[in-house]
Design a protein around this ligand. Structure first.
Ligand SMILES: Nc1ncnc2c1ncn2[C@@H]1O[C@H](COP(=O)(O)OP(=O)(O)OP(=O)(O)O)[C@@H](O)[C@H]1O
Length: 485
């Protein structure tokens, strides 16, 4: 055995498979020890330090799942992958839940095995270790609940298991997904976030899987889909609950087979991605209501991480507030005021339905309104605090001057667009769009143009609202409320 080479432990009772895997690993310059039973594997683990372990699940003296559990408990640094029988997805999911790094199905495809081993070996490398600490920069918060969350994200980053991130809007689900990617072995690959609620359903298949030029009207060029764009990296399905049922079937197939077929082509393409997903909706309830496929839910919901609402993070609210004030003042090139004691109290007492995103918006507005060295509670304009709230312009309005309400409301109200028979004179689509536009404007007006709050009032995600504002030409080019999204 070469001193600098990685060392793998292969546990399988089928000799042919052991030989095949050993040869593959040897070609990758990896030394191997083999075991044909649980007992032998346990003995080898006690004596030798391995870099990766690959185990079959059906062993003569027990299940490979037991080995996964032992390794998770006693050798947490050792990535262990399992080999599953063809089509036995349930047991693969159990293994991931028990702490397996990844799984590979029989018959083993060597390129897949190779990429799995490569990822596993990256988990403990030096490059990986230098990323540690990054979570404190990206995900601010020192409360016990946030510290626990960061430790969980760290652990999950080491695995390839699909992670489902739940939590209210604006709690930082996308920040968490990016962290899992950054802290994991795929961090040299791309991170591709997709807002499932913002893609028109007729374009979805082409967006996800790509298409060939000429495969449908409008396909003027070959297009690479999101799965292929995420090759070697992470695909983050944000607002996954908004996927139409027809697309859910196709997505499930792609995820299970790890293969996609662009529209208009016959050839399947293998994709090597890690899948993360998120939504602020109750996905389990949607499954019960028949709005979300149970099999897809089961597949993406292997491990759940919940982002706590901001109101449950104690003094993190002030930590975040101070940090945001500093950043905004730097960006705007203005002197940095402090939060008065009363303003701090108001922030600590407020419920923040829009969570961290809302806090950021509140502070932007407060910095626009306050002119002293101290921010007072009235500049925060927190709903429910300090009596009546004068309608003020949001920072976006002050900076970018989006259309004012009276200009933007269609002068022809939808009810005036019905003909004598009560039918829409300009067609149903235009009629419905007018109603949609009017309701959006009403929600914006009653939220002082705070889009996070308006989206909540309309029961839609921030991004869906942003998508619609773009569609109706109500957004602005200087729109920086969500520049990092
Ligand atoms: N702990 C945090 N530290 C610093 N910034 C944060 C933190 N949490 C969230 N943010 C910021 O708040 C904003 C909202 O975060 P993010 O988009 O991740 O929320 P979300 O839960 O995905 O929201 P939605 O459900 O609406 O998609 C982003 O600008 C993000 O950078």
């Amino acid at each position: 055995m070469h001193v600098n080479r990685p060392l793998a432990l292969i546990v399988d009772d089928e000799e042919d498979l052991r030989v095949l895997m050993r040869m593959t690993l040897k070609r990758m310059n990896i030394d191997c020890y083999v075991a044909d039973s649980l007992q032998q594997a346990h003995q080898l683990l006690k004596k030798t330090k391995f870099d990766v372990c690959l185990t079959d699940l059906n062993l003569p003296d027990g299940s490979g799942l037991q080995l996964v559990q032992t390794i998770s408990q006693h050798y947490p640094q050792l990535p262990v992958a399992v080999i599953t029988a063809y089509g036995s997805m349930d047991i693969a999911i159990d293994a991931l839940k028990a702490g397996a790094f990844d799984f590979v199905s029989k018959p083993i495809e060597m390129p897949r095995l190779k990429s799995l081993i490569e990822q596993a070996l990256k988990v403990n490398t030096q490059e990986q270790l230098v990323t540690q600490g990054i979570e404190d920069q990206k995900l601010l918060g020192k409360s016990p609940v946030m510290q626990q969350l960061k430790a969980t994200l760290h652990k999950l980053a080491r695995s390839q298991a699909p992670v489902y991130i739940s939590g209210e809007s604006g709690t930082g689900k996308e920040v968490a997904a990016r962290l899992i990617h950054l802290l994991g072995p795929r961090n040299n690959g791309p991170f591709i976030p997709v807002n499932c609620g913002a893609i028109p359903s007729e374009l979805m298949e082409s967006e996800f899987f790509g298409h060939k030029k000429g495969s449908f009207t409008g396909a003027t060029e070959d297009k690479v889909g999101l799965f292929q764009s995420a090759q070697g990296g992470t695909l983050f399905l944000d607002e996954v609950a908004d996927l139409p049922l027809s697309m859910q079937v196709k997505l499930l197939r792609a995820i299970q087979e790890k293969k996609i077929r662009p529209i208009g082509t016959q050839q399947e393409i293998s994709v090597d991605i890690r899948l993360l997903s998120a939504t602020h909706k109750n996905l389990q309830q949607l499954v019960q209501q028949g709005m979300f496929r149970q099999d897809l839910y089961y597949r993406i919901h292997v491990i759940e991480v919940n982002m706590p609402p901001l109101r449950e993070r104690g003094s993190d609210i002030l930590l975040l507030a101070t940090n945001f004030i500093e950043k905004i003042c730097q960006e705007w090139g203005i002197a940095q005021p402090v939060l008065s004691r009363a303003a701090q109290q108001a922030l600590m007492q407020y419920s923040f339905p829009g969570n961290v995103r809302e806090l950021h918006n509140v502070l932007e507005r407060a910095l626009t309104l306050s002119d002293g060295q101290e921010i007072q509670p009235d500049s925060l304009q927190l709903p429910g605090f300090g009596g009546s709230q004068p309608p003020v312009l949001s920072t976006q309005q002050l900076v970018a001057e989006p259309p004012c309400l009276t200009d933007a409301v269609p002068s022809n109200r939808p009810e005036n667009k019905l003909d004598s028979k009560g039918l829409p004179s300009e067609g149903l689509e235009t009629y419905l769009e007018d109603i949609e536009k009017q309701l959006i404007l009403q929600a914006l007006e009653s939220s002082y143009w705070n889009r996070t709050v308006a989206a909540k009032k309309l029961g839609m995600t921030f991004r869906s609202l942003r998508y619609r504002l773009k569609k109706f030409g109500l957004d602005s080019d200087n729109d920086d409320e969500d520049e990092n999204r």
